[in-house]
Write a protein that binds this ligand. Sequence first.
Ligand code: CP
Length: 316
Amino acid sequence: MSSPQLHSDGRLRHLLTLEGMDAAMLRGLLDAAESLRPQAMSGLSQRNVLAGRTVCTLFFEPSTRTRSSFQLAAKRLGADTLNFNVATSSSSKGETAMDTMRNLEAMGVDCFVVRHAENGAVAALAAGAGAATRFINAGDGRSNHPTQGLLDMLSLRQRKGGDFSRLKILIAGDVKHSRVARSDLHALRALGAGEIRVCGPASLLPDDGTLRDCTVTQDFDAALDGVDAVMMLRLQRERMEEGLVPSLERYFRDYGLTPERLRRAKSDAIVMHPGPMNRGVEISDAVADGPQSVILDQVSNGVAVRMAVMQALLAG
Ligand code: CP
Protein backbone atom coordinates (compact mmCIF):
# COMPACT_ATOMS: atom_id res chain seq x y z
CA MET A 1 0.00 0.00 0.00
CA SER A 2 1.49 3.40 -0.91
CA SER A 3 2.02 5.88 1.91
CA PRO A 4 3.01 9.55 1.72
CA GLN A 5 5.78 8.90 4.25
CA LEU A 6 7.46 6.12 2.26
CA HIS A 7 9.52 6.06 -0.93
CA SER A 8 8.28 3.64 -3.59
CA ASP A 9 10.93 1.12 -2.43
CA GLY A 10 9.56 1.20 1.14
CA ARG A 11 12.26 3.38 2.72
CA LEU A 12 11.20 6.20 5.00
CA ARG A 13 10.77 9.55 3.24
CA HIS A 14 9.05 11.55 6.00
CA LEU A 15 8.10 10.55 9.54
CA LEU A 16 4.47 11.63 9.90
CA THR A 17 2.93 8.77 11.89
CA LEU A 18 3.67 5.36 13.38
CA GLU A 19 0.31 4.09 12.11
CA GLY A 20 0.89 1.32 9.62
CA MET A 21 4.61 1.06 10.35
CA ASP A 22 5.63 -2.58 10.60
CA ALA A 23 7.69 -4.16 13.37
CA ALA A 24 10.79 -4.49 11.17
CA MET A 25 10.91 -0.77 10.40
CA LEU A 26 10.22 0.14 14.04
CA ARG A 27 12.95 -2.21 15.28
CA GLY A 28 15.37 -0.84 12.68
CA LEU A 29 14.87 2.70 14.00
CA LEU A 30 15.14 1.52 17.62
CA ASP A 31 18.35 -0.41 16.86
CA ALA A 32 19.85 2.65 15.17
CA ALA A 33 18.88 4.83 18.14
CA GLU A 34 20.36 2.33 20.59
CA SER A 35 23.67 2.36 18.76
CA LEU A 36 23.65 6.18 18.72
CA ARG A 37 23.05 6.51 22.50
CA PRO A 38 26.70 7.27 23.37
CA GLN A 39 26.97 9.92 20.63
CA ALA A 40 23.57 11.35 21.57
CA MET A 41 24.94 12.30 24.98
CA SER A 42 28.33 13.65 23.89
CA GLY A 43 31.11 13.28 21.40
CA LEU A 44 32.10 14.35 17.93
CA SER A 45 32.18 11.07 16.01
CA GLN A 46 28.86 11.57 14.17
CA ARG A 47 29.42 15.21 13.21
CA ASN A 48 29.92 14.44 9.53
CA VAL A 49 26.69 12.44 9.04
CA LEU A 50 24.53 15.47 8.14
CA ALA A 51 27.29 17.95 7.30
CA GLY A 52 25.96 20.38 4.69
CA ARG A 53 22.31 19.67 5.55
CA THR A 54 19.97 22.18 7.21
CA VAL A 55 17.29 21.21 9.72
CA CYS A 56 14.61 23.72 10.80
CA THR A 57 12.47 23.31 13.92
CA LEU A 58 9.16 24.95 13.05
CA PHE A 59 6.99 24.85 16.17
CA PHE A 60 3.58 26.51 16.22
CA GLU A 61 3.00 25.17 19.76
CA PRO A 62 5.28 25.32 22.84
CA SER A 63 7.81 22.60 23.59
CA THR A 64 10.75 21.95 25.89
CA ARG A 65 11.83 18.34 25.29
CA THR A 66 10.98 17.78 21.63
CA ARG A 67 12.34 21.00 20.19
CA SER A 68 15.52 20.98 22.32
CA SER A 69 16.30 17.34 21.61
CA PHE A 70 15.80 17.78 17.87
CA GLN A 71 18.15 20.76 17.95
CA LEU A 72 20.78 18.78 19.85
CA ALA A 73 20.30 15.71 17.67
CA ALA A 74 20.76 17.72 14.47
CA LYS A 75 23.86 19.45 15.84
CA ARG A 76 25.38 16.16 16.99
CA LEU A 77 24.95 14.85 13.43
CA GLY A 78 26.67 17.96 12.07
CA ALA A 79 23.66 19.66 10.44
CA ASP A 80 23.11 23.42 10.33
CA THR A 81 20.11 24.20 12.50
CA LEU A 82 17.49 26.91 12.30
CA ASN A 83 15.21 27.42 15.29
CA PHE A 84 12.20 29.25 13.84
CA ASN A 85 10.51 31.48 16.41
CA VAL A 86 6.83 31.73 15.57
CA ALA A 87 6.16 34.47 18.16
CA THR A 88 8.60 36.93 16.56
CA SER A 89 7.99 35.85 12.96
CA SER A 90 5.67 37.12 10.26
CA SER A 91 3.19 34.43 11.33
CA SER A 92 1.97 37.14 13.72
CA LYS A 93 1.15 39.26 10.64
CA GLY A 94 -1.03 36.48 9.26
CA GLU A 95 1.42 34.57 7.06
CA THR A 96 0.18 31.01 6.63
CA ALA A 97 2.14 27.98 7.79
CA MET A 98 2.45 26.86 4.14
CA ASP A 99 3.91 30.21 3.03
CA THR A 100 6.23 30.21 6.04
CA MET A 101 7.49 26.73 5.19
CA ARG A 102 7.95 27.53 1.49
CA ASN A 103 9.96 30.68 2.27
CA LEU A 104 12.25 28.77 4.62
CA GLU A 105 12.54 25.97 2.07
CA ALA A 106 13.66 28.59 -0.47
CA MET A 107 16.56 29.41 1.89
CA GLY A 108 17.85 25.85 1.62
CA VAL A 109 16.18 23.99 4.50
CA ASP A 110 16.38 20.23 3.83
CA CYS A 111 14.27 19.00 6.74
CA PHE A 112 11.45 20.53 8.75
CA VAL A 113 10.58 19.33 12.23
CA VAL A 114 7.05 20.63 12.72
CA ARG A 115 4.65 20.90 15.65
CA HIS A 116 1.17 22.25 14.97
CA ALA A 117 -2.15 22.37 16.80
CA GLU A 118 -4.16 20.94 13.89
CA ASN A 119 -4.53 17.25 13.08
CA GLY A 120 -2.90 16.53 9.73
CA ALA A 121 -1.09 19.88 9.49
CA VAL A 122 2.38 18.34 9.10
CA ALA A 123 1.25 15.96 6.36
CA ALA A 124 -0.35 18.91 4.56
CA LEU A 125 2.93 20.88 4.69
CA ALA A 126 4.84 17.84 3.41
CA ALA A 127 2.44 17.54 0.49
CA GLY A 128 3.05 21.20 -0.39
CA ALA A 129 6.86 21.03 -0.33
CA GLY A 130 9.45 20.07 -2.93
CA ALA A 131 10.22 16.40 -3.53
CA ALA A 132 13.61 16.56 -1.80
CA THR A 133 12.40 18.22 1.40
CA ARG A 134 11.86 15.96 4.42
CA PHE A 135 9.31 16.36 7.23
CA ILE A 136 9.21 15.02 10.77
CA ASN A 137 6.02 15.33 12.75
CA ALA A 138 6.83 16.70 16.22
CA GLY A 139 3.16 16.57 17.24
CA ASP A 140 -0.01 17.47 15.31
CA GLY A 141 -3.24 18.12 17.19
CA ARG A 142 -4.26 15.01 19.05
CA SER A 143 -3.20 12.70 16.20
CA ASN A 144 0.48 11.81 16.21
CA HIS A 145 3.76 12.29 18.04
CA PRO A 146 5.81 9.59 16.34
CA THR A 147 9.25 10.33 17.80
CA GLN A 148 7.72 10.27 21.30
CA GLY A 149 6.25 6.87 20.44
CA LEU A 150 9.67 5.65 19.32
CA LEU A 151 11.51 6.92 22.39
CA ASP A 152 8.87 5.34 24.60
CA MET A 153 9.37 1.97 22.84
CA LEU A 154 13.15 2.30 23.22
CA SER A 155 12.77 3.02 26.94
CA LEU A 156 10.46 0.02 27.36
CA ARG A 157 12.78 -2.26 25.41
CA GLN A 158 15.84 -1.22 27.44
CA ARG A 159 14.14 -2.08 30.73
CA LYS A 160 11.87 -4.97 29.73
CA GLY A 161 13.58 -6.64 26.77
CA GLY A 162 12.55 -6.96 23.16
CA ASP A 163 9.77 -9.54 23.56
CA PHE A 164 6.76 -7.28 24.07
CA SER A 165 4.38 -10.24 23.92
CA ARG A 166 5.22 -10.96 27.58
CA LEU A 167 4.30 -7.46 28.70
CA LYS A 168 1.21 -5.90 30.22
CA ILE A 169 1.28 -2.16 29.58
CA LEU A 170 -1.06 0.42 31.11
CA ILE A 171 -1.68 3.81 29.50
CA ALA A 172 -3.46 6.07 32.00
CA GLY A 173 -4.93 9.55 32.13
CA ASP A 174 -6.16 11.97 29.49
CA VAL A 175 -6.09 9.54 26.57
CA LYS A 176 -8.73 11.36 24.56
CA HIS A 177 -6.59 14.43 23.85
CA SER A 178 -3.23 12.66 23.72
CA ARG A 179 -1.20 12.35 20.51
CA VAL A 180 1.41 10.53 22.60
CA ALA A 181 -1.10 7.80 23.51
CA ARG A 182 -2.10 7.34 19.86
CA SER A 183 1.51 6.97 18.70
CA ASP A 184 2.28 4.61 21.60
CA LEU A 185 -0.75 2.49 20.74
CA HIS A 186 0.32 2.17 17.07
CA ALA A 187 3.81 1.10 18.12
CA LEU A 188 2.73 -1.26 20.91
CA ARG A 189 0.34 -3.06 18.56
CA ALA A 190 2.98 -3.38 15.82
CA LEU A 191 5.53 -4.72 18.31
CA GLY A 192 3.04 -7.27 19.63
CA ALA A 193 2.44 -6.09 23.20
CA GLY A 194 0.82 -8.89 25.21
CA GLU A 195 -1.90 -6.75 26.81
CA ILE A 196 -2.59 -3.03 26.46
CA ARG A 197 -4.73 -1.59 29.24
CA VAL A 198 -6.14 1.92 29.06
CA CYS A 199 -7.58 3.76 32.05
CA GLY A 200 -9.05 7.19 32.67
CA PRO A 201 -12.35 8.89 33.48
CA ALA A 202 -15.05 8.29 30.86
CA SER A 203 -14.86 11.96 29.82
CA LEU A 204 -11.18 11.51 28.85
CA LEU A 205 -11.44 8.20 26.95
CA PRO A 206 -11.88 8.36 23.17
CA ASP A 207 -14.80 6.51 21.59
CA ASP A 208 -13.56 6.75 18.01
CA GLY A 209 -11.94 3.32 17.63
CA THR A 210 -8.57 4.44 19.06
CA LEU A 211 -8.91 1.89 21.87
CA ARG A 212 -9.89 -1.13 19.78
CA ASP A 213 -8.38 -4.33 21.19
CA CYS A 214 -7.34 -2.58 24.44
CA THR A 215 -8.65 -3.53 27.89
CA VAL A 216 -10.45 -0.34 28.93
CA THR A 217 -11.44 0.55 32.50
CA GLN A 218 -12.17 3.57 34.65
CA ASP A 219 -10.87 1.80 37.78
CA PHE A 220 -7.24 2.87 38.17
CA ASP A 221 -6.48 0.45 41.02
CA ALA A 222 -7.71 -2.55 39.01
CA ALA A 223 -5.89 -1.34 35.92
CA LEU A 224 -2.56 -1.30 37.76
CA ASP A 225 -2.77 -4.92 38.95
CA GLY A 226 0.28 -6.85 37.74
CA VAL A 227 1.39 -4.49 34.96
CA ASP A 228 5.00 -4.26 33.75
CA ALA A 229 4.88 -0.60 32.79
CA VAL A 230 2.66 2.39 33.52
CA MET A 231 2.61 5.12 30.89
CA MET A 232 1.11 8.16 32.59
CA LEU A 233 -0.32 11.00 30.50
CA ARG A 234 -0.49 14.71 31.20
CA LEU A 235 -3.91 16.01 32.18
CA GLN A 236 -4.39 18.82 29.67
CA ARG A 237 -5.50 21.45 32.18
CA GLU A 238 -7.64 23.29 29.68
CA ARG A 239 -9.98 20.28 30.01
CA MET A 240 -10.91 21.62 33.43
CA GLU A 241 -12.51 24.61 31.73
CA GLU A 242 -14.41 22.30 29.41
CA GLY A 243 -15.90 20.62 32.49
CA LEU A 244 -14.39 17.23 31.62
CA VAL A 245 -12.77 16.93 35.05
CA PRO A 246 -14.57 18.01 38.26
CA SER A 247 -11.44 19.29 40.09
CA LEU A 248 -7.69 18.69 40.18
CA GLU A 249 -7.98 17.31 43.73
CA ARG A 250 -10.64 14.81 42.68
CA TYR A 251 -8.58 13.83 39.64
CA PHE A 252 -5.52 13.14 41.81
CA ARG A 253 -7.63 11.11 44.22
CA ASP A 254 -9.05 8.92 41.43
CA TYR A 255 -6.26 8.88 38.83
CA GLY A 256 -3.08 10.18 40.49
CA LEU A 257 -0.21 7.69 40.63
CA THR A 258 1.05 7.42 44.22
CA PRO A 259 3.55 4.96 45.77
CA GLU A 260 0.64 3.13 47.45
CA ARG A 261 -1.14 2.65 44.13
CA LEU A 262 2.04 1.69 42.31
CA ARG A 263 2.43 -1.28 44.67
CA ARG A 264 -0.38 -2.97 42.72
CA ALA A 265 1.87 -3.19 39.66
CA LYS A 266 4.71 -5.72 39.42
CA SER A 267 7.50 -4.95 41.87
CA ASP A 268 9.86 -4.17 38.96
CA ALA A 269 7.29 -2.18 36.96
CA ILE A 270 8.55 1.01 35.35
CA VAL A 271 6.80 4.38 35.37
CA MET A 272 6.86 6.54 32.25
CA HIS A 273 5.59 10.03 31.46
CA PRO A 274 6.18 12.05 28.27
CA GLY A 275 6.33 15.37 30.11
CA PRO A 276 5.55 18.03 30.98
CA MET A 277 4.28 16.56 34.26
CA ASN A 278 1.56 18.02 36.42
CA ARG A 279 2.98 17.00 39.77
CA GLY A 280 0.25 16.36 42.31
CA VAL A 281 -2.36 16.01 39.54
CA GLU A 282 -1.60 12.82 37.55
CA ILE A 283 1.57 11.79 39.39
CA SER A 284 2.99 12.32 42.89
CA ASP A 285 6.50 13.66 43.47
CA ALA A 286 7.44 10.39 45.18
CA VAL A 287 6.64 8.37 42.05
CA ALA A 288 7.97 10.89 39.53
CA ASP A 289 11.33 11.02 41.32
CA GLY A 290 11.25 7.47 42.67
CA PRO A 291 13.27 4.36 41.84
CA GLN A 292 10.77 2.99 39.31
CA SER A 293 10.62 6.18 37.27
CA VAL A 294 12.37 6.11 33.88
CA ILE A 295 11.09 9.57 32.94
CA LEU A 296 14.51 11.17 32.49
CA ASP A 297 15.78 8.09 30.59
CA GLN A 298 12.93 8.75 28.15
CA VAL A 299 14.25 12.28 27.68
CA SER A 300 17.80 11.04 27.03
CA ASN A 301 16.48 8.44 24.59
CA GLY A 302 14.71 11.26 22.76
CA VAL A 303 18.01 12.66 21.50
CA ALA A 304 19.17 9.25 20.20
CA VAL A 305 15.82 8.49 18.56
CA ARG A 306 15.76 11.86 16.82
CA MET A 307 19.32 11.35 15.57
CA ALA A 308 18.28 7.96 14.19
CA VAL A 309 15.22 9.37 12.44
CA MET A 310 17.09 12.28 10.84
CA GLN A 311 19.86 9.93 9.76
CA ALA A 312 17.29 7.62 8.14
CA LEU A 313 15.65 10.50 6.25
CA LEU A 314 18.66 12.58 5.29
CA ALA A 315 21.94 10.66 5.29
CA GLY A 316 23.23 9.12 2.09
N1 CP B 1 6.91 15.12 25.41
C1 CP B 1 6.86 16.30 24.78
O1 CP B 1 6.41 16.39 23.64
O2 CP B 1 7.31 17.36 25.52
P1 CP B 1 7.40 18.84 24.97
O3 CP B 1 5.99 19.34 24.75
O4 CP B 1 8.13 19.62 26.01
O5 CP B 1 8.15 18.82 23.67
